[in-house]
Design a protein around this ligand. Sequence first.
Ligand code: AHR
Ligand code: AHR
Length: 516
Amino acid sequence: MTATARFWRARRALLILAAALALAVAGLMGGSATPSRAATQEPCDIYAAADTPCVAAHSTTRALYAAYDGPLYQVERASDDTTTDIYPVSAGGVADSATQDSFCAQTYCTITEIFDQSGHGNNLTDAPAGGADSGPDVLANAAAAPVTVDGAKVYGVYISLGMGYRDDDTTDISTGNASEGEYAVLDGTHYDNECCFDYGNAETNNDDDGDGTMEAINFGDETTWGYGTGNGPWIMADMENGLFSGENAGYNANDPTTDYRFTTAMLEGGQNQWALLGGNAQSGSLATDYSGVRPSGYTTMDKQGAIILGIGGDNSDNSAGTFYEGVMTSGYPTAATEAAVQANIVAAGYSAYTLPGNPFTVGSEISLNATTPCCTGDYLVGDTSGDDVGIEAVTSGSSTALKEDATWIVEPGLANSSCVSFESANGSGDYIRHYDFELYLEPNADTTQFDLDATFCPRAGNSGSDFSLMSYNYSYDYIRHYDYVGYVASDGGSNAWDAASLWDEDSTWIAASPWS
Ligand code: AHR
Ligand code: AHR
């Protein structure tokens, strides 16, 4: 254990003692012993006071204890491989995203570590190889998921294909058949039907060790093992070799599609008893989607106590989702405790982030002007005679056809309407999509893959001005021109067009008036 970890453990012990004393004093003074949201209580204070303390507490958006002022997460920038820790702006407060923004300016940052606020040192880092996939997994783009909490911009953990975090060597996480609770606040609109966007308890050897060796919250519309009403996504429990929406494998009528922009998902795991709860992280209370006995074959659990985020127990890492905060407790939380935690989450004030000056208004037409000094007269053009997308000079004297090829109708993102898709204004009905990381102009194929490849999320410009367009499914990649050809590219990745030189300018675009 490092000196920092020892410090936080000692500090945490004092805080838990203080929380218990405060509750005792409230009881003596006639106050209610039921945990409730107060300015001085955050989720883990509530769990501690109810004797089901957090043994892991992860968030890139806010402190989960009223007194926590330690590091929330660490970012590493591509330009020089150095790291910095992001703290709350004050004890118990929201993450200091301004530090991330200035540290990562004109380059690209990944989230390298999500610190455990509980003092147990259960930090999440890059997931290693496992039975289902090689590793280490890809790290999340630190700027991919901006949101606001209490009005302040913060960032979530945006997981897409190949990404994942894990801790195989934990302290005090429940093992065997011991009880625990878990919750996560997620983006209910960012999900898929791949295995497995999970948060919670998993195997310590990164392999599928059989039924009951894991117990994690799962979120998505994967229907291989379990599902509920509607089209999904559903909050389910990954108990290994099964995502469960209720007592039995397959369909369970009480587990509803839950796709709030901010979704609270809870899982409680006891002795032949478990529960799923879910609801809107911005308002109201939670519904109990299941509470009852374990599925057949899982009656006595054999949890191993590792922690995963964004992957399955065996490092199945094909899934997508966005995580904002989550905890694991020791002991089975009471209904009153879970209700108080949900009230705290609602009071925290999660909200969608509005990109200042966002010009990508659905229904409008724009042209995308390159910003690199070589090419300031060039625009992103989709060629009608082929399917290539690249940059080309366009002037008032250009042909009508070229002007149309350089004009884009902004459509709701085919894969997620929080982002956008670009339809050519040349009348072809074609969209920009990437394939093998190169951009093409193609008719809408109406497939899940096309939707994903044709969806781009407007973000602040990578060069520090204007705008960049992040690929929805390869979230470390942005629309870039390289040698006049259009790609999705990361800063310093493995393809020629990922070259670090000029990446920030090549991937930054002025949203100009439409040419046609
Ligand atoms: O239980 C579903 C998945 O099955 C687990 O997450 C994974 O370990 C296995 O492939
Ligand atoms: O462009 C990268 C990937 O290449 C796309 O997602 C996929 O369609 C193709 O395999």
